[in-house]
Ligand binder design. Structure first.
Ligand code: CTP
Ligand code: MG
Length: 225
């Protein structure tokens, strides 16, 4: 069985309030996107890495990247960017599985990605990295309406790994039906498919707001690939 990585990197990063999209922020000696791609390359050195970038992108050409990286154009929403990459894979390459990983998650560990891959392959079932919710969870707006039992609650991360054909069909149909899709798994769930929860480190965070940068700089400096 063969694999490809899909990296949606076509967002503007509005919540980061940075002068450039967050995937191009410098984290120590490399940009966020370079760190992310290095993690995927370290996991499966010869796998294709399809990066979806914005048509207005001015930063991608300056990156230093391995030669198994290919770009496609991103779309309006994250799901559109992912689907563009999946369609490219379907027409041009024979791969069974795709692992979709956010450009903005440079802290993921290759060992966690390998665990996801082995779970998906051995059970022949798609899955996602996720971490169990740690805090007590409150429901409400101005006042607490309820304390939600957290035993069965997980925070979804990426990579999210599915068979290329399954994910392409689910995303295409969900987008056609205007279903709200925030990750690949939600499209698969909507289509009635199974998704395994594979426990991952909680520090595989998605860089979202300015206070995430200092944490990411600290953690990436400590990681040894
Ligand atoms: N993404 C994408 N295409 C889009 C929107 C997002 O490829 N049309 C990518 C982002 O570049 C990011 C990942 O999807 O790597 C996760 O999305 P998010 O964290 O929401 O990033 P942004 O949309 O860029 O940030 P914001 O929502 O704050 O604007
Ligand atoms: Mg977004």
């Amino acid at each position: 069985p063969s694999f490809a990585f899909v990296v949606p990197a076509a967002g503007v990063g509005a919540r980061m309030q940075s002068d450039k999209p967050k995937q191009y922020i410098q984290l120590g000696d490399k940009t966020v996107l370079e760190h992310t791609i290095n993690k995927l390359k370290a996991t499966i050195p010869n796998a294709l890495i399809i990066v979806a970038i914005s048509e207005n992108d001015a930063y991608f050409p300056d990156l230093t990247l391995p030669d198994n990286v290919i770009t496609v154009l991103g779309g309006k929403e994250r799901a559109d960017s992912v689907l563009n990459a999946l369609n490219y894979l379907t027409t041009n390459h024979l791969v069974d599985w795709v692992l979709v990983h956010d450009a903005a998650r440079p802290l993921v560990l290759p060992s966690d990605i390998r665990t996801l891959i082995s779970h998906c392959q051995s059970r022949h079932c798609g899955g996602i990295l996720a971490s169990k919710v740690r805090d007590t969870i409150k429901q409400g707006s101005e006042f607490v309406e309820a304390t939600v039992p957290r035993e069965a609650l997980w925070q979804a991360q990426t990579p999210q790994m599915f068979l290329l054909n399954d994910l392409t069909a689910a995303l295409t149909n969900a987008l056609n039906e205007n279903v709200v899709i925030t990750d690949e798994a939600s499209a698969i769930e909507w289509a009635g498919g199974k998704v395994q929860l594979v426990s991952s480190r909680a520090d595989n965070i998605k860089l979202t707001t300015p206070d995430d940068i200092a944490i990411a700089e600290f953690l990436i400096a400590k990681q040894i690939l």
